[in-house]
Write a protein that binds this ligand. Sequence first.
Ligand code: PLP
Length: 416
Amino acid sequence: MNNLNDNDSLMKLEQSLLPRLAPVFSRIDGVSRSNTARVLDIFRRHQVSDYHFRGSTGYGYGDAGRDKLDAIWAEICGTEKALVRTHFVSGTHALATVLFGLLRPGDELLSVTGAPYDTMQTVIGHPKPTPGSLTEFGITYKELPMGKEGGVDYQGLAAALSSKTRVALIQRSRGYSLRKPLSIADISEVCCKIKELQPECICFVDNCYGEFVETLAPTAVGADIMAGSLIKNPGGGIAPCGGYVAGRTDLVEAAACRLTAPGIGSELGASLIDNRLLFQGLFLAPHVVAQALKGAVFAAGLFAELGYHTLPSYDEPRSDIIQAVELGSPEKMIAFCRGLQRHSPVDSHVTPEPSGMPGYADAVIMAAGAFIQGSSIELSADGPLRPPFIVYLQGGLTFEHAAIGITGALRDMLNS
Ligand SMILES: *Cc1c(COP(=O)(O)O)cnc(C)c1O
């Protein structure tokens, strides 16, 4: 593959690649069809109507749309209760709300999937102390590194769990790391093992980037509770902000008491926005996730052709929408992200710069020319500037844009 930085050769490469991706795309379409059918069925059974789309004011007493959305989301997740709220500032906030809702001084939190996502390290207060963190509240924290094969270290798990372990944190997605995401089958296995060893331990899944990638949710296969962001997969690119928590009623209610106040829980909270955006986003989510997955598969195929290491490879099973590409130098990371930004529908004229971000230890570069600020179900690329200089690519509301953006950014990188 020489002279790839001209348009023609890249076009040819793309044309030769697409037929090879077809079987993978077809599997993705199958999952999307099945998830869409289930979401549709649940919308119909719950008799979603126009009046559910109205917002509410003040305390938000009797907000029928909010309650309906919670009920629908719980059923989609195969669980008892859900809290779908624009009052969650982000995924981190939803996850932190669960942790602060469930853990009490003297309890232990065990991360069974190695170091958690950067912003969760700040919430926990490990490895660096953070004001207001769980550690500051007298909650102890243990971390079980991933096993040698890339999965959960089951031997280590038996030794790490104790009667003090109130919550086991299971991160589904790779986050900003090269570990593998956990599949739904993996999550089921780890929850089963935890319950066998410590039946009282709560299995809590960080489900960010995993929604609708497979047909079942973690809470349908043994997780007690999970949380995620609405400006990732389940918002379908339409939800303007927010997050969700779903799981066992008592646990979700404990998180709700932390989001609002003890005694208020999930019963109050005005929907300040048009609820339609959350309903419609949820309805579109299986399809949009499929678009994003096809974009990720396309990127994996394209970069592999050029000799870059990609995780996963184009034909590997996926459990999140993240595509990691090892670019090997900060210059390439910056050039690729700038290229992706240039091929965005919003803020295409803006030049991303690496910089410090609240909750992140290293400088991060982010390309996101999104309709919703920071939305990573829209085509976006980011990563902390640290060796081996991996760019994490995700999202794409349409496969067409994902392909145009990725090819364009690659061309810019090769020309830089
Ligand atoms: C995105 C993400 C979060 C939360 O991030 P926010 O930007 O606060 O929504 C947490 N964990 C993982 C694995 C994530 O991918």
